[in-house]
Design a protein around this ligand. Structure first.
Ligand SMILES: [Zn+2]
Length: 484
């Protein structure tokens, strides 16, 4: 049984999907106007672990993710410039070029971090008709109104608006941080835009016809629309960064449940911040930390993945180069230990395999305790079983951990084998001048002759080489040669 902390109820709950044969999972995707920073990617790593953990526990999972390529304004509360337009202006490109470039860059980062691509990835601009249909229904049902040319969701029509009460303080914070000027069209402070026609209209690049005039969708509606399009009217798990809880997820719930007339999503999983010593990581503050930057500095992106797995997703994680260096040491030691295991030593011991796997399942099922799951890897290394079993278990764990444990250990093993002198192998070293394949072949032929105790032939070859001006010096495990 998997236990998962549900932000909506603020408790750890037994995870029970709506349909026994499939888990429907939705992830808020990136706004593709810039590179993702590693703080954003922490969320995607942990969501990847959640999906893989569900599969590892035997569930089928259908996971959907949106790509925000329209409608997300600089503030999550519908004010400021469209982020996509901001990116396009910055780089002197079209909005669609920006979207394509940063979508590709995002999935390239994911590939390097062993983050599986969700089953369905849907750009927001693909589903305009779906949003229009939902908005029309919301107006019909009395949950939405037109004002100043825009369509707004009326939060006063709900019995309960705040779902993630712990985060209602963020409500204030948004206003303070972004210097939000109140939109005078709104009836209530938390009303949000479903469809824009007037606001920011002049320089908006992408717009569509709608019953309310030419315009574009608000940011929040895309996740409800895309989720329902691919997963239907109910959802098991919705995940995202903790920043998304308010207002984004709060608004998603408001509009989805008002539209459907019933509960929409059962479990809300939120990944907490990656902080630097100076506070929450953001694109505008301090060094812009990307996967490419980690690589430029010589870090394997999987070290960052391990760094994330070492702490719990519901705790803020502090990033520093020193902390990442510690993860490098841990990762290298781990790979070296696995490389020291001998493949093909004995057969897989089923009972030992199951016992080790049970511990790992328990750690993951305990609200995704990835730190304990990493500890389970060390338990495998210490276990009293043969190396074949250990390697099989580690390979199995890596389906979830995604640390390339076996692949990296094999590479390490090969590297060590290449560096170590091989017993019985005869090495020929050219000490001066250009290496000469013909000379080396003769030296090897002399060695073969010596092995066959044909010393006359060995001496003949040595003399022949000497006549050519090549001197042979016998050394341990081989011979050196130099030109006289
Ligand atoms: Zn979303």
């Amino acid at each position: 049984m998997i236990k998962l902390y549900n932000t909506a109820t603020r408790t750890r709950e037994d995870f029970i999907p709506n349909h026994p044969d499939i888990v429907k999972m939705y992830t808020c995707g990136p706004t593709v106007y810039h590179f993702a920073h590693i703080g954003n990617l922490r969320s995607y790593i942990m969501e990847d672990i959640l999906e893989k953990s569900l599969r590892y526990h035997g569930y089928n999972v259908k996971r959907v993710m949106n790509i925000t390529d329209v409608g997300h304004l600089a503030s999550d509360a519908d004010t400021g410039e469209d982020k996509m337009l901001k990116g396009a202006k910055r780089e002197n490109k079209s909005v669609m070029e920006i979207a394509k470039f940063y979508t590709d860059a995002f999935f390239e980062d994911c590939r390097k971090l062993n983050i599986k691509r969700p089953d369905v990835v849907e750009p927001a601009t693909n589903c305009i008709d779906d949003y229009i249909h939902i908005i029309e229904t919301l107006i019909e049902k009395g949950y939405a109104y037109a004002a100043g040319g825009n369509i707004y969701f009326d939060v006063s029509k709900l019995k309960q608006y705040y779902i993630f009460n712990d985060f209602s303080e963020d409500d204030l914070e948004v206003g303070v941080r972004e210097g939000v000027t109140e939109d005078s069209n709104k009836k209530n402070k938390n009303d949000f835009v479903l469809w824009f026609t007037k606001s920011k209209f002049e320089d908006q690049a992408l717009k569509w016809d709608s019953p309310w005039g030419v315009g574009y969708p608000g940011w929040h509606i895309e996740c409800s629309g895309i989720s329902m399009k691919h997963l239907g009217e109910d959802l098991d798990i919705h995940c995202g960064g903790i920043d998304n809880a308010f207002p984004h997820h709060t608004n998603e719930i408001a509009q989805s449940e008002a539209y459907l007339g019933h509960k929409w999503c059962n479990y809300w999983m939120h990944v907490h911040h990656l902080n630097t010593n100076s506070g929450k990581m953001s694109k505008s503050k301090g060094e812009f930390l990307t996967v490419s930057l980690l690589e430029e500095k010589g870090y394997d992106p999987l070290v960052y993945r391990l760094f994330c797995l070492q702490s719990h997703y519901r705790k803020n994680l502090v990033f520093s180069w020193e902390n990442l260096d510690n993860a490098v040491v841990t990762y290298n030691k781990l790979i070296a230990k696995i490389a020291a295991l001998k493949p093909g030593e004995g057969e897989v011991d089923g009972a030992a395999f199951d016992e080790l796997k049970a511990k790992f399942l328990e750690a993951l099922g305990n609200d995704l305790n990835t730190a304990l799951a990493v500890t389970a890897v060390y338990d495998v290394l210490k276990a009293k079983t043969n190396d074949t079993t250990k390697l099989a278990v580690l390979d199995d764990f890596d389906k979830v951990l995604g640390l390339d444990l076996i692949k990296k250990a094999e590479a390490k093993r090969k590297e060590l084998a290449a560096a170590a002198p091989k017993t019985g192998e005869f090495t020929v070293i050219c000490e001066s001048g250009e290496p000469d394949a013909e000379v080396e072949a003769q030296i090897r032929a002399r060695q073969d002759a010596k092995k066959a105790k044909n010393f006359a032939e060995a001496d003949r070859i040595r003399d022949e080489l000497k006549a050519k001006g090549v001197e042979i010096i016998d050394i341990a495990g081989g011979a050196k040669y130099k030109r006289l």
